[in-house]
Design a protein around this ligand. Structure first.
Ligand code: NDP
Ligand code: MG
Length: 420
């Protein structure tokens, strides 16, 4: 299995590999997709579908979508499928009757899926629930395409250290981080000045604060460029997603908060840039289609011959524009930097409070503008309570995550009542 690269990162050893760090993959690469029934799962399965004979599916997982999971298992002849909701096991077994696919249910079955011997694992469960399964893949030294940013935000340092220790390769699948991963290869660690991740600005980019405060769920779900799952689409509208991505970049590439900048780029064509000491800026461009960064991870360290996404036509797009982010109208981004600077579990609290806030917004319990207020109030309460401490294990991270969720839930009624 792949070893950890030392060259680019020098003494800042990382589990994010170099291109020349060849992984020992099987001739037919075996693949597991955690979160196969979601948006990233769908893009991944589409890439597998477009390359018959090159990949074999070891395991697929979902949360409650039995029909979608069973249909994928049949199509790809998966060896194992796991559904997180234990009450759906009988239904899943019935849906797969007559096939050779084994079935499991519950969190332990999702972890089992991740632990099975696949060469390549897509980690695309949504939310902090993705942490334990991703760690199960990391611990056996797998090559893991990491879409689930929450598990890095929740357990960052510890996650990367564990990957490094196990000799796992972490391939960044999030489009901005995949862009940085591709651009970073143009120089050495010592020559890096900063990285820039772009943000579309979401559906409320030009809105007044009063309108953002009152935005409805339907409005928040209308992303101008990307088609994604519900939670990340809402996070994009609040710019919480960019905040999570700043933290994700810090942990993935061992960067300080000052080395990470955000630029709003409404066309979502340039995904990430790296500035080097000679003032060269190296960027990665592509259509806003997650199949492109996922294809890069799937083919890595080579490139797949032809992906199913549309080719980039810059003449047709005409203009690429960039703006500074607005930290006032989108406080989520400010809170992300603050929690990253605070460290010691603050990013775990940031993520947990946001998950609670987004669920409350979807349930109609709070206004859109209250999402960031709940996150801020939870962070403040956490810091005041003196609970900050380094996270040394997955259990530490999960304990902080649970406590922060409880704290956020307890603050919810007063945040819901408070006008902006
Ligand atoms: P979706 O909501 O579309 O899919 C989530 C997947 O995880 C589904 O398969 C879902 O199952 C499963 N799932 C949800 N909860 C659990 C649980 N508790 N235990 C086990 N499985 C669960 O999300 P996305 O595909 O949009 O996003 C997945 C991850 O990738 C997120 O972390 C997101 O931030 C990240 N990401 C997504 C991008 C995108 O374009 N969508 C871009 C970059 C990163 P079921 O279908 O049965 O509910
Ligand atoms: Mg992204």
């Amino acid at each position: 299995m792949a070893s950890v690269a030392l060259l680019w990162f020098g003494e800042h050893m990382s589990a994010v590999p170099l291109r020349n760090n060849k992984a020992a993959f099987s001739a037919v690469r075996s693949v597991t997709v955690l979160g196969a029934t979601g948006s990233i799962g769908d893009s991944t399965m589409d890439l597998l579908r477009a390359a018959p004979g090159l990949y074999r599916v070891e395991a697929l997982t979902g949360n409650s979508n039995v029909r979608g999971l069973a249909s994928l298992a049949r199509e790809f002849d998966a060896r194992f499928v796991a559904i997180a909701d234990p009450s759906r096991l009988v239904e899943l077994k019935e849906a797969l009757a007559g096939t050779r696919t084994e079935c499991g249910a519950g969190e332990s079955a999702i972890i089992e899926a991740a632990a099975r011997p696949a060469d390549w694992v897509m980690a695309a469960v949504s939310g902090a629930a993705g942490l334990k399964p991703a760690l199960a893949a990391v611990d056996r030294g797998a090559t893991v395409a990491l879409a689930n940013k929450e598990c890095l935000v929740c357990a960052g340092d510890f996650f990367m250290q564990r990957a490094q220790k196990a000799g796992a390769c972490i391939l960044p699948a999030d489009s901005e981080h995949n862009a940085l991963f591709q651009a970073l290869g143009s120089g050495n660690r010592e020559e890096l000045v900063r990285v820039i991740i772009t943000a579309s600005g979401g559906p409320f980019r030009t809105w007044d604060p009063a309108d953002i405060e009152q935005a409805t769920l339907a409005q928040a779900l209308k992303h101008p460029n990307w088609s994604m799952g519900q939670k990340i689409t809402i996070d994009s509208a609040s710019m919480m997603n960019k905040g999570l991505e700043v933290i994700e970049a810090a942990y993935l590439f061992s960067l300080t908060p000052d080395q990470i900048d955000v630029l709003v780029h409404p066309q979502s064509i340039v995904h990430g840039m790296v500035e080097f000491s000679d003032q060269s800026v190296v960027a990665q461009l592509g259509a806003p289609d997650m199949r492109i960064p996922i294809a890069h991870c799937l083919g890595w360290p080579d490139r797949i011959s032809k992906g199913p996404a549309a080719r980039l036509d810059l003449a047709k797009i005409g203009q690429l524009t960039f703006e500074e982010p607005d930290f006032e109208r989108f406080p989520a981004l400010r809170l992300a930097y603050e929690s990253l600077r605070t460290g010691r579990g603050a990013t775990t609290v940031f993520n947990a409070a946001n998950e609670v806030a987004v669920a409350a917004f979807i349930a109609g319990q709070i206004k859109f503008g209250a999402i960031a207020r709940l996150v801020e109030a939870t962070l403040e309460a956490w810091i005041r309570s003196g609970n900050l401490a380094p996270l040394e294990s997955a259990d530490d991270a999960i304990a902080v995550d649970h406590k922060a969720r409880n704290k956020a839930a307890s603050l919810l009624p007063q945040i819901a009542l408070k006008a902006s």
